[in-house]
Design a protein around this ligand. Sequence first.
Ligand SMILES: [Zn+2]
Length: 903
Amino acid sequence: MPAGSHAQDRRVTSSSLGDLGPGLARLTLASYAWLRPLGEIGCPPIRVPRLTRRVVLFAAFSLFGSSMAFANELDDAEKLFRTGRYEECARAAIEATRRGGRDERWYALRIETNRVRGKNKEALIAADEALQRFPWSVAIHWLGHQVFRENGREDDALTELAAIETLVRRMPNRYGGAESRLVLGRYLLFRGADAKKVLEQFYDVAKKQEPDLVDVYLATAELALSKQDFALAADTLQKAPKEAAEQPGFHYLLASAFSNDDRARSEKAIAEALKINPNHIDSLLLQADHQIDGERYAEAEKTLQRVFAINSQEPRAWAYRAVLAHLQNNSKGEVEARTSALTRWMKNPEVDHIIGRELSAKYRFTEGAAAQRRALEIDPEFLPAKVQLCDDLLRLGNEEEGWKLADEIFANDGYNVVAYNLITLRDRLAGFRTLQAEGILLRMDPREADLYGQRALALLQRARKTLGEKYGVTFTEPVIVEIFPQRKEFAVRTFGLPGAEGFLGVCFGRVVTVNSPASQGESPSNWEAVVWHEFCHAVTLNKSRNKMPRWLSEGISVYEEEQENRSWAESMNPKFREMLLGKELTPLSKLSAAFLAPKSAVHLQFAYYESGLAVDFLIQRFGLPALKETLDDLGEGKPLNEVLPSRTKTSLDQLDRDFVEFAHKRAASVAFELTWEEPELPVDADSKAITAWLASHPKSFPGLRRLAARLVAEQKWTEAKEVLEKLKRLYPEYVGSENAYMLLANVARRTSDAAAEHQALDDLTARAGDASPAFLRLMELDEAAGNWQGVASNAERLLAVNPLIPAPHRQLAKASEHLGQRSEAIAAYRALAILDDSDPAEVHYHLAKLLREDGKTTEARREVLKSLEEAPRFRDAHQLLLELVDTSKPSETTESPKPSRGN
Ligand SMILES: [Zn+2]
């Protein structure tokens, strides 16, 4: 893998044809059978510089076939290159070429060993010699093109492209082999040809010609990666022949394919690559990239040092160093690093592209977008910068420009996966409904908007006021919130790609995306808690100008959920308790890393939990003002690990120690009288067996819980209750499966103790805001007791979890009617009319009655007619219709039938 191979998507735009005749695009001569498809490949004509410095010679003889001795030496030299022994390889290549090595690959090696080490002069000399010696080699011309480009010799680089075109045009049969096809494929992609066609007509054909040629798989994966088609890249590499595993480039591409979705796997592949070749620059750079993601800046710097030891001028390494300087608020260092990156090749768009991409990964979208614009100023056709800029703009809420760019990318590059997904999504979003309130722009699927749009809007307004005031943030532009019924759409809007399981919502600053309950299956989370959490991100990101580490942002959002509603907080389950007290507790100063490459889903959940605890610790110990000042300092670009000690007047080490103590204390305060041994009993052990086991483990939580569940199953209510009361007393925080509350409610229900059942369910719902079955049962109990206030409040609580089922709307409608809350009742019946088709006549009748009471006669009449349509003999409805006809006056109101909850 040659270094610098990222910058492949580039289009030569000028349409001037120069003196070399028609371009490859026009090559459709019948005799050039294999080249025929080029005409359909959509390759634009090439621009040839006026001054063609190199005269392309056409040799009519073949130089292939070298002596066995040379061949063995060549294999050895290629191995040296592959394993990163660049200097030895260079010596061997120089020696061989001096002896007149007749294989062009010796020259290729000479060029590559110099390129990779940043020895530009030598690389240029080698390229010149190679071009003289092998003027018919498209591989050498392609290498020459890269070397000239990297050294800022743009015109010479273009001459090489033109040479490739001329050669192929004149002697197409010569370049029909697999290896030539790969070179030509890369060349065509660079020229902006249709990627799919290159894939089919070059790479796939090459694969058929030489199924064991590793480079075919690498080239295909490279192409897929450049189009963000990570799945195809991974799939292709997994099908590569076994020998591929000897290539560091193979592992590097695999690492790139998994970089987004599976960090652990990606890291493993990097390690593989570096095991073969510790000097593999692409892999080292990807490693540095991951280290920067994980806020392991010192390690990243060390990795960059390793790159600089190989090539002190590596532009991508300098770009990463500019990123490090930026993140450390060192603007002078940033400028210097960027300048170094561009020394050799001023028009290298990849430098700013990398800088911007990394800043965007740090949520600094404004700075990231600015960097992509710089890249595009240098090279207006540089596709990766366009794709990233499009992403940035959409995340910044700059939608008009963002969507326009998506269109443009898609028009130029139909294979780009992200662009395609975005265009599809935009069409879908066009069908969404927009709800607006001061400072809020909420977009929802129209059906969902009818069901809980106003509720969501009211919640957002409350969040804006409460959290905005608390943190001293005023938004100058509305916050955009989009709620997606489909997980895939959420993922595309959020990450550009489907997948990304496990996210309920994401906030980019001004833009918030949320998964609706519709996408969450049987037991959705409390969406109100999610919206509150995400809006809190919008507040803290605004305050810190998007310059806060992930853990702190998450920690404050988690903390604020609990402040707003205790039932939204995650309870301390036995696993978290164990992790807090054990080795899994991450030091406060390193919490960001806990979010990246977490070992498991539980570890990621724990990272949220621990971050919330850390914020709780900071606020308890140093006060909210200190935290707010910390956010302000971050907004000025100062790194957290400098800001925290200064704002808390406590060293980082001390903070780490104090936090451990705080966390341990918190964990130890929970379930401290219990132990955690698991009963080693068969699954069907009865209560007697469990009781016997408990005699030697009287405090075992798993044992007691199992006994309680078993006693309930055996219908031993009195004994069950006794154990459950004990469990509840010893570990009231536990709301996981088979929790004491749910089981106690069960016992009470079976013993017809409504008051006790209600109490147990109340206790549970105070701690678990998404306990849908408990809310459903509470509504039943309240209705039976005629407690309509209770019915209404539990219906509201269930709507905060799942507004897409009829039950809470039905109960809220009934309760509101009983309580004389007309507008609430109307809204609830309207929702019910959408969701419930079990008794539509009744629903429309109720709506009609309420609307009439509200003075909305026209609407009332419409509803009563709907009711009669469903049930033509519905006597009450006929009566109501008569009354409506009688009382209708000319001054009647004619509001549009929008749902509204007048609160
Ligand atoms: Zn969050």
